[in-house]
Design a protein around this ligand. Structure first.
Ligand code: NCD
Ligand code: ZN
Ligand code: ZN
Length: 440
């Protein structure tokens, strides 16, 4: 059957560094089959999936359950393992068993995984630095927010959305600052998840200037939504970190343009409709699906002239491919790259509808939003997984675990001389403490 592509654009399939496909443990929210179908429909050919399932992906047994569930995947995938106090001693074991990378939850969120102690984070980074393995960090110090939230709850403030949303970015600044300090000190590669606040961008700028190997993602919701939308939609828009005030939207966009933020991820975080619409917003689960809507939303912004198609490709495919060691393999244009392709129609206009989503969640703040620019076909390793806007059902299970083909050069501790026991050995001729002449 003939396929024509006149007037269409051929893009590398999007690589989404941040999705939650929920299986094992929460298959009523999402399964690998439904989550990866959403990816295929959204022009996404590779996802990196998060460890806050049940059991959490912090043991080899739990990883095996996830790998089994992922056999139904329509898209290629990497699996982030859990970095926490209980897992820090078996990171290499988890890598051998097939995780591609790690996530540390430095802040409370769905699954109630305890934040690693600072010491465990340091040890984890020490282990991973020489291996060149990158750690995703959920960087919002929720203990800073705890008292304030408790007071709002105790006061019965079920109308506290604005307070929740406008929660101080100091919690993000503190956590990002801490993580970047440890990353610089150990030479570990890090990745800041769901960067939401304008106020913490200066830390990324400074760390990059100093040569820290940090990458960072933001999500369409932080670029395009704010508390004005939240006050209308309520618990549906509860999210960690929160949707913030409108003043954050433009600086985040500018940070993408200037490379402070590297990429777009979705934080596809589906919950069942009844878990998002409980009477008290305090009881609503945080997060919503996004892997299927990212491409139309962002192509709409390209159509509006806010970025070029090349900017978009950099954010959706090139930067994540580089961050996860897949550059030149995952359809990112280079000789020998996989045919992981999204063919997009920049002229097609429509309205996003949550009922049509592949995700089990079917509850989205994007419902009813007009868009222009859609993926029409998605090919994974040369094979259609979505064709003419329809899922190719036979492609179920075509997804494979990614292996970083391009071996990452080992990152080096930047502060070797201060960091190792060498600090105790004063090189000959160098006084341990320089005492300026004439001063006592
Ligand atoms: C995520 C989830 O539901 O798993 N929720 C969210 O609000 N972002 C958790 C996370 O990304 O930390
Ligand atoms: Zn997170
Ligand atoms: Zn997430």
């Amino acid at each position: 059957e003939e396929m024509r592509a006149d007037g269409l654009y051929l893009l590398p399939g999007a690589i989404d560094s941040h999705v939650h496909f929920r299986d094992p443990g929460y298959a009523h929210k999402e399964t690998w089959r439904t989550g990866s179908a959403a990816a295929a429909m959204g022009g996404v050919t590779t996802v990196f999936e998060m460890p806050n399932t049940h059991p959490a992906t912090g043991t080899v047994e739990a990883l095996r359950l996830k790998q089994k569930a992922a056999e139904a995947s329509y898209c290629d995938f990497g699996l982030h393992g859990l970095l926490g106090d209980d897992t820090v001693d078996r990171l290499e074991e988890l890598l051998d068993a097939g995780v591609t990378s790690f996530k540390a939850f430095v802040g409370n969120t769905f699954g109630n995984l305890p934040a690693p102690t600072d010491g465990a984070l340091l040890e984890g980074f020490e282990t991973l630095a020489p291996l060149g393995i990158r750690t995703v960090v959920h960087a919002e110090n929720s203990s800073i927010l705890f008292r304030r939230q408790q007071k709002l709850k105790d006061a019965g403030r079920i109308d506290a959305l604005a307070h929740l949303a406008a929660r101080p970015a100091v919690a993000e600044i503190e956590a990002i600052g801490r993580v970047l300090t440890l990353a610089e000190w150990t030479g570990a590669r890090v990745h800041i998840a769901h960067h939401s606040a304008a106020d913490s961008l200066f830390l990324l700028r400074e760390a990059k200037r100093r040569g820290v190997d940090v990458t960072a993602e933001t999500c369409p919701q932080y670029l395009l939504l704010n508390t004005d939308h939240m006050l209308k939609l309520g618990g549906i828009m509860r999210l960690n970190p929160p949707i913030r005030e409108a003043r954050h939207n433009l600086p985040l966009w500018e940070a993408l343009m200037d490379g402070t933020l590297d990429m777009i991820a979705t934080d596809h975080a589906p919950h069942a409709p009844e878990e998002k619409t409980r009477e008290s917003i305090w009881d609503c689960d945080c997060g919503f699906p996004g892997v299927e809507t990212q491409m139309p939303l962002m192509l709409t912004e390209v159509n509006r002239g806010r970025a070029s198609l090349m900017d978009y490709v950099r954010w959706s495919a090139v930067a994540p491919a580089k961050a996860w060691g897949l550059y030149g393999t995952k359809g990112v244009i280079a000789p020998g790259a996989h045919a992981d392709i999204a063919i997009v129609d920049m002229e097609r206009a429509g309205v996003l509808s949550q009922n049509r989503l592949q995700s089990i969640s079917k509850i989205s703040p994007w419902n009813g939003r007009p868009v222009k620019g859609y993926p029409l076909h998605t090919l994974l390793r040369g094979r259609f997984v979505m064709r003419e806007g329809r899922l190719v059902n036979e492609a179920v299970g075509w997804g494979r675990s990614v292996k970083p083909v391009q071996k990452m050069p080992a990152a080096r501790p930047r502060n070797t001389e201060h960091y190792s026991s060498a600090i105790l050995q004063t090189p000959a001729g160098v006084p341990r403490t320089a005492v300026p002449q004439g001063e006592v």
